[in-house]
Write a protein that binds this ligand. Structure first.
Ligand code: FAD
Length: 496
């Protein structure tokens, strides 16, 4: 066994989880090399520059930013010297066709009051929703989110056992839509809370009500704005990793994970084999087994589970200001049920989709030229199973423009000065996510969130997995949990 200072780890992929695991292992004394096929760090958390506008390409909603701070403090650094953020109040503006606007306030009492006065639910029902979601997060955090589900000893401590006894409280057998409809008695309130399923590419009519915990992150723990935009997070983590001695090899595709006598012994990148004591794959787990471990037998969980949904994103430079809009704006569909059926049953985009418009230049004026805005305009879409995307994207563009113009009372199309679009094909090409699924495997279904691939494999020693396609799941907070679990597993593997 190599001495601690000689231990070398390869991380395949510089997504948020790959960056975080690299920082943690380097801090623990490993020599870490990150291989990234693309030209820059961040993976889905990418950045686009277009005619003087800057756009984030992936995540735009930041929650629990102190989990990112933890990586800096772990390394003995002051996070504020390297990145910063502020809490949003209000967080989102939800707009309905009848002119109703619901804002999400940071104070829970103000939030409950807003929902009561604008949607017809009561303050008490909304506060009950928050309390139930808090309980769901509390239970799942101990049992599921912060640790590997697949290490038997993790079930033996008191807090986990307590959590397991309370599992019924997380409503695994009820759909989100059923639970929210029954509690809130107000279609607009339920529609807002159901759309948190889309944060995992899921259908609230199928996904368990357990996923209401996602709303708790944003509505109660807070929605934050990263100064400089979300890409500032990737940039800051890459710099932190470099300060910890991590080596980055961009534009370097890992072609194979080398396996000898049942152990990962290195990687082959750009045709050259290289020895490592441990390999962490931050690449999509399906791709890892199919492409990088072609001669190994893959577990069924990796190959057979359905994939999550995807998105179409229009990046639009706008030649005028829209003062009535905030940083995060959601233009709700008039028939959300039909929208989910269109995506998950008919595998197309709904005629009247819910449209999310994120305008980072509201907070970062430098993201657009003076008098301009940068619109990240996103709709949910099915993953790529061979649809005619050129036609679908064009039809969706027309419908989105018509809807936004109708709801804003302005000709939105005429304000566009430059444009770019990303559909599931583009997401697949950019980050090698099969079918362009944004969130790994689907979490529609009672036990689906528990069926994600473990952070290790019993088939190959010294091989580990982190990121949105494995346990505990997708989104920045869960990817950071995944990185922590994985780094601990790597360290445990070598603990004397
Ligand atoms: C449009 C969009 C909006 C989103 N919105 C939000 C949001 O608001 N909030 C939120 O929390 N989350 C959001 N997400 C989800 C979030 O971005 C992801 O869950 C997270 O970024 C995934 O990170 P990851 O660590 O799994 O790696 P990924 O980002 O998937 O990166 C994996 C990296 O591995 C590299 N790679 C793959 N194969 C190889 C190989 N063989 N060799 C070398 N490199 C390889 C890829 O190039 C890629 O850079 C959004 C995602 C998208 C696409």
């Amino acid at each position: 066994m190599p001495s601690p200072a000689d231990r070398r780890c390869a991380v395949i992929g510089a997504g948020i989880a790959g960056l975080a695991v690299a920082v943690r292992l380097a801090r623990a004394g490993w020599q870490v090399t990150v291989f990234e096929r693309g030209p820059m760090a961040g993976g889905k958390m990418g950045e686009l520059r277009l005619h003087g506008h800057r756009f984030d390409m992936g995540p735009t909603v930041l929650t629990v930013p102190h989990h990112i701070d933890d990586l800096f403090t772990l390394c003995g650094e002051d996070p504020r010297a390297h990145w910063n953020y502020q809490r949003l109040d209000p967080g989102f503006h939800y707009r309905f066709e009848d002119g109703t606007v619901v804002r999400t306030w940071a104070d829970p009492q103000a939030l409950a009051e807003e929902f009561a006065s604008r949607t017809g639910t009561s303050r008490e029902r909304m506060l009950t929703f928050l309390e139930r979601s808090r309980e769901k997060l509390d239970i799942t955090r101990r049992v599921f989110l912060e640790r590997s589900l697949h290490v038997p000893r993790n079930y033996l401590d008191r807090s986990t056992l307590k959590g397991l006894l309370r599992l019924g409280r997380i409503e695994p057998l009820t759909s989100m839509a059923h639970s929210n409809g029954a509690l809130l008695h107000a279609p607009k309130a339920a529609a807002i809370l159901n759309q948190f399923a889309s944060y995992n590419g899921a259908n609230p009519y199928q996904a368990p009500a357990t996923l209401n915990l996602i709303a708790y992150y944003e509505l109660a723990l807070g929605s934050y704005h990263a100064q400089g935009g979300m890409y500032a997070v990737a940039r800051a983590l890459e710099a932190l990793a470099r300060r910890q001695g991590v080596e980055f090899r961009f534009g370097t595709l890992v072609e194979r994970i080398l396996v000898k006598d049942g152990k990962a012994s290195g990687v082959q990148a750009d045709g050259l084999p290289e020895r490592f004591d441990a390999v962490v794959s931050n690449a999509d787990v399906l791709r890892t087994w199919r492409m990088l471990l072609q001669d190994q037998r893959a577990p069924r969980t990796a190959l057979e589970q359905p994939r999550s949904g995807s998105v179409i994103v229009f990046h639009w430079g706008m030649g005028r200001l829209f003062p009535e809009l905030g940083l995060h704006n959601m233009f709700m569909s008039h028939d959300a049920r039909r929208e989910y059926d269109s995506i998950f049953k008919e595998r197309t985009v709904h005629d009247d989709p819910s449209v999310y418009v994120h305008i980072s230049s509201k907070m970062n004026p430098q993201d657009a030229p003076p008098g301009h805005e940068n619109w990240f305009t996103m709709v949910s879409a099915p993953n790529n199973t061979g649809q005619d995307w050129d036609a679908l994207v064009e039809r969706t563009r027309e419908r989105v423009l018509t809807k936004l113009s109708r709801m804003l009372g302005a000709d939105v199309a005429s304000a566009i000065t430059c444009a770019s679009v990303m559909d599931p094909r583009g997401i697949e090409a950019l980050t090698d996510s099969p079918l362009g699924a944004v969130y790994g495997n689907s979490v529609n279904g009672t036990f689906a969130p528990l069926l994600r691939h473990p952070n290790f494999t019993r088939r190959i020693d010294n091989l580990f997995f982190c990121g949105g396609s494995v346990h505990p799941g997708a989104s920045i907070p869960l990817c950071l949990y995944s990185a922590r679990i994985t780094a601990d597993l790597v360290r445990d593997r070598y603990r004397p």
